[in-house]
Design a protein around this ligand. Structure first.
Ligand SMILES: Nc1ncnc2c1ncn2[C@@H]1O[C@H](COP(=O)(O)OP(=O)(O)OP(=O)(O)O)[C@@H](O)[C@H]1O
Ligand SMILES: [Mg+2]
Length: 255
């Protein structure tokens, strides 16, 4: 079977931040990064702290516009679209962040949090909406009764499942997951990762998966790209990662 064409194509992505004083040079956080992610595929982005992983994620999501480079999603160039032009496309590429509690509104009930993107994008139908919310809860392994709770009444793992359900509400094709289980208790990480794997198998989702945990990446990713100082210094199949590498940057072959 031929490989499906990429859902995400990133080329020569550049993100600079201003220096801390006007005498400091700009920080070249992302310095010419290129990669593809295909439907049903997990590409892990790894590398030491500060190498530019989150900046890459933010630029892919167009939450901060890159300084230059191309981000093609489902064949459309995102970087040249206005905010208004982007808005209807946003549901199709969704973020999942590290801190689940911080990314949820503490006063909002879970069912309203999950319904919010449907409402915002004009896809809320009072006749079918509640059943869709219940289905989304079930897809992430939560009980329909969790819908009535507020985030503070859930465990960290349950909060992150709500964040995933919200990301799924408008049927995305790509999730950008920035350290999605790092803030969770180790005992609940596997459960959340299993949910992500099952959803990918079922829905053919593409994942850009940022992590610094190589054992985890070996387990969940198909391919891995290693970043250092704003550049990708190696890519390869995730199974070639050594089980306990001493230097992440030597973990994947150049290419
Ligand atoms: N808003 C910002 N303003 C200025 N500099 C920033 C900003 N955000 C990130 N940086 C700098 O850009 C570089 C890349 O940061 P980034 O957060 O992308 O790294 P990271 O790989 O995600 O690190 P970590 O593994 O610690 O999350 C770092 O030098 C960081 O200090
Ligand atoms: Mg980061």
């Amino acid at each position: 079977m031929p490989e499906p064409s990429p859902v995400l194509q990133v080329r020569d992505l550049v993100v600079h931040y201003p220096g801390r004083t006007r005498h400091d040079p700009p920080v070249r956080a992302v310095d010419g990064v290129s990669f593809d992610v295909r439907p049903g595929e997990t590409l892990a982005l790894i590398g030491e702290s500060g190498c530019g992983k989150s900046s890459t994620a933010t630029a892919v999501l167009q939450l901060r516009r890159p300084d230059s480079g191309s981000v093609r999603f489902a064949g459309r160039e995102l970087t040249t679209l206005t905010d208004e032009e982007l808005r209807p496309l946003r549901p199709a590429f969704q973020p999942v962040f590290q801190d689940p509690y911080g990314s949820l509104n503490p006063r909002r009930r879970v069912r309203d949090t999950i319904a919010e993107p449907l409402r915002v994008h004009g896809r809320w139908d009072p006749a079918t909406g509640p059943a869709r919310v219940a289905e989304l809860l079930e897809m992430v392994g939560l009980d329909a009764s969790h819908g009535a709770r507020r985030p503070g009444e859930l465990s960290g793992g349950q909060q992150q499942r709500v964040g995933i359900a919200r990301a799924l509400a408008c049927e995305p094709r790509l999730l950008v997951l920035d350290e999605p289980v790092s803030a969770l208790d180790p005992s609940v990480r596997a459960g959340v990762l299993n949910v992500l794997t099952a959803l990918q198998d079922e829905l053919g989702l593409a994942y850009l998966f940022i992590s610094h945990d190589l054992a985890l990446v070996r387990h969940v990713a198909h391919r891995v790209a290693v970043m250092r100082a704003g550049r990708i210094v190696g890519t390869g199949p995730a199974r070639t990662l050594p089980a306990t590498p001493e230097h992440p940057r030597t973990a994947a072959k150049s290419g």
